[in-house]
Structure formats: structure tokens, C-alpha cells
Design a protein around this ligand. Structure first.
Ligand code: SF4
Length: 350
């Protein structure tokens, strides 16, 4: 098998034992990153590295298993349901935090959307559902419509979100002539369609992606973007500021910049918190007020934690952006900083 560092002879058993995600990249994305002028950074997103055999961590860093209420449906935060609709993506990111699922025959994908909908119907506090996986746009539009058959009649759902990297991997997926009717259905059901794109780097935002985003926005679809802070890829305030400014320009609101998670086989992508705070400051110094709409977030087992700053007192200041316990949301807390710490669990209490 080819790795960034060179060819290595391996067996299927060794790959499985080390949870090495399958290698697959669309021709579109390969051409895009080759022509982007940023190949040396972007290759790390999709090209395997031998480091994947060595880096330690967990395969479920944010407690997805513990928050699964019906097979394939997670309910961690009161107002949001997360529905795993597929274990496939158009290409596979080497840093994916769902390595345990993607590119495999996973038994965590929702097998029965009627059951998931039944749970949602009994939870009126849930106002939005996020379709994720995997990438929902690998599914045929007819299958997406079938999933919506179950969700759209639920009156208390206000929005349907699609988490997808397809706008980077294969923007032509959005040329499908059946898609406008799908978004129209969501609109006519009184709900908002939101596509959460996943651009980590300005070199991923192709001319085709820009064209498709603009066309879908004209159809009433809202756009947010989430990025992951990744060593060797985008750990540079110039790159991330340019990425967020470009998102803003095409009408995609920068939403989350995720701290890389300590995922087995992917924690070599983590950037130390000290550097992450410096980068976040640098991004904010380069953007206008209307462009800096992102939060620097650690998606931890206990909740989504906004990383605010590393103070002169040597403490990392954070705030719960989301928590299962509503009283904890918005609460600022701090922990002593430890050099090279990348995650809350690396910081001692006290
Ligand atoms: S597209 Fe998303 S789910 Fe798929 S491999 Fe990349 S990060 Fe993981």
C-alpha cells in the first residue's frame, strides 16, 4: 500500500487491526488539490500515512455510543438529534473522528427510520435533526427523500441539517435535477434546510463548489462551514483566515473550528492548545467582524467546549458551548496549562 512516506507491505488483517480507514479519493478532489497550489498541505487530508499505525487514542472520543437512544440516532444535546444515515463518504479523510464507522460495514447506521422518527416525535424539545454518517449526499436523492418522509411530518422539527464534505469531494453531486424538489419539500413543510460544508482549507473551495453553493442559496438553503484544525494542513492563521473569508464571500457562514480529537490512528493531526489559541487569535486579527463567526471548539465527551484563551496566569480558559446539563452551558472555567496539551483530558484539574 502507498503511504505518504513510501510503499509499505501490509495485510488486510494488519489494516483492520489498526483501524486503518480504506483509501479512496474522488478524481475530482485529486485534481482540485493538485491544481490548487496547496497540494503539499492538502495531500495529508486524504493520503494515508504510516503514522496511522502508531498514533494512539480512542475510536469514540465524544461518547457517541453512550448518547445513542435508538440505533443510528444520537441525542446528546436537548434540541439536536444526530442521525447516522450511511457509513460511506465520497473520499475518506485520514483524520476522521468516525474511523470506527466510515468505509466499513458499520452496525451503527440507522436501520429503521420509522423507529428514529418515533423517538423524535416523543421528544418535543428536539428542534433540529442533523443527517450525518458518513456523508448523506452519497445516498441517492430518492433515499434522502425516503428519510425525509419520516422527519418532515414531525411538527416540532424546525430545521434539517446535512453534514457533508461532498461540496469539496464532488460538487457535481449537487447538479442532480431531483435536489431542488427535495429542498422545496423541506421548505413547504415549514422547515429550514441547512447544509454544513466541511472546507478545511481554501484550496478545497473549487469554482464548481462556489457555483453550486450560490445556486442552492438562491433556492433558500442556508450554509454553515465547519473545519478541523489539522497539523501540516491548516495550522496557519493566514490559511484559515483566507478559508473563512472565502466562505463568507460565497455565503457560507464559518461556524466551528474543531480542535482535532485524540482519535486512534489520527491524533498525529492534533495541534497543541497553545498553538491553537495563537492561530485563533491570528485568524481573528485578519478578519472583519462579519467574517469571524466561528468558534474554536473541542467536542469533548462532556460537551462542546469553546476554547477561549490561554491566560498570562498559565491557565486555559474555556466555556461550555453545549452540555447535556443546560445549567453548565455558557459557564467559563479554566484549567492549568500543560505544554503540548491537545485535549481537555491532558489538562490537570485544579
Ligand atoms: S467526509 Fe466526514 S465522515 Fe467522511 S471521512 Fe471525511 S470527516 Fe469522516
Amino acid at each position: 500500500m502507498k503511504f505518504i512516506e513510501g510503499t509499505r507491505v501490509t495485510t488486510d488483517g494488519e489494516l483492520q487491526a489498526n483501524n486503518i480507514t480504506r483509501y479512496h479519493v474522488t478524481k475530482y478532489y485529486r485534481d482540485q488539490i493538485s491544481d490548487s497550489g496547496h497540494y503539499e498541505q492538502l495531500k495529508h487530508i486524504v493520503e494515508p500515512s504510516v503514522e496511522e499505525f502508531e498514533t494512539r487514542g480512542s475510536l469514540d472520543t465524544s461518547g457517541e455510543h453512550d448518547n445513542t437512544v435508538v440505533l443510528g440516532l444520537q441525542h446528546k444535546y436537548a434540541r439536536t438529534g444526530l442521525l447516522l444515515v450511511t457509513d460511506r463518504c465520497a473520499s475518506y479523510c485520514r483524520y476522521c473522528f468516525r474511523k470506527r464507522i466510515v468505509g466499513k460495514e458499520s452496525d451503527e447506521i440507522a436501520p429503521d427510520f420509522a423507529k428514529a422518527a418515533q423517538y423524535i416525535r416523543h421528544h418535543p424539545e428536539m428542534t433540529n435533526v442533523l443527517l450525518s454518517g458518513g456523508d448523506p449526499f452519497v445516498l441517492r436523492t430518492a433515499k434522502l427523500n425516503m428519510i425525509l418522509d419520516h422527519l418532515l411530518p414531525i411538527r416540532h422539527l424546525e430545521s434539517i441539517r446535512f453534514g457533508t464534505k461532498m461540496m469539496a469531494f464532488e460538487p457535481k453531486r449537487f447538479d442532480d435535477s431531483a435536489l431542488p424538489a427535495l429542498f422545496q419539500r423541506i421548505h413547504e413543510a415549514g422547515k429550514t434546510s441547512i447544509i454544513v460544508t466541511h472546507f478545511d482549507h481554501i484550496g478545497e473551495i473549487s469554482v464548481d463548489a462556489e457555483r453550486k453553493v450560490r445556486s442552492l442559496r438562491a433556492q433558500g438553503v442556508q450554509f454553515l462551514n465547519q473545519s478541523v484544525l489539522l497539523a501540516k494542513v491548516n495550522d496557519d492563521p493566514d490559511i484559515l483566515a483566507a478559508t473563512f473569508a472565502k466562505c463568507h464571500q460565497i455565503g457560507v457562514r464559518p461556524y466551528y473550528l474543531f480542535q482535532g480529537r485524540p482519535v486512534k490512528g489520527a491524533s498525529h493531526f492534533q495541534v497543541p492548545l497553545r498553538r491553537g489559541v495563537e492561530i485563533t487569535r491570528g485568524i481573528n486579527q485578519r478578519l472583519s467582524g462579519i467574517e469571524k463567526t466561528f468558534k474554536y471548539i473541542m467536542s469533548h465527551y462532556t460537551g462542546k467546549i469553546e476554547i477561549l484563551d490561554l491566560g498570562d496566569d498559565g491557565r486555559v480558559y474555556m466555556r461550555y458551548h453545549q452540555n447535556k446539563v443546560p445549567e453548565k452551558i455558557g459557564r467559563i472555567f479554566s484549567r492549568p496549562h500543560v505544554e503540548a496539551a491537545c485535549w481537555l483530558d491532558d489538562l490537570p484539574e485544579g
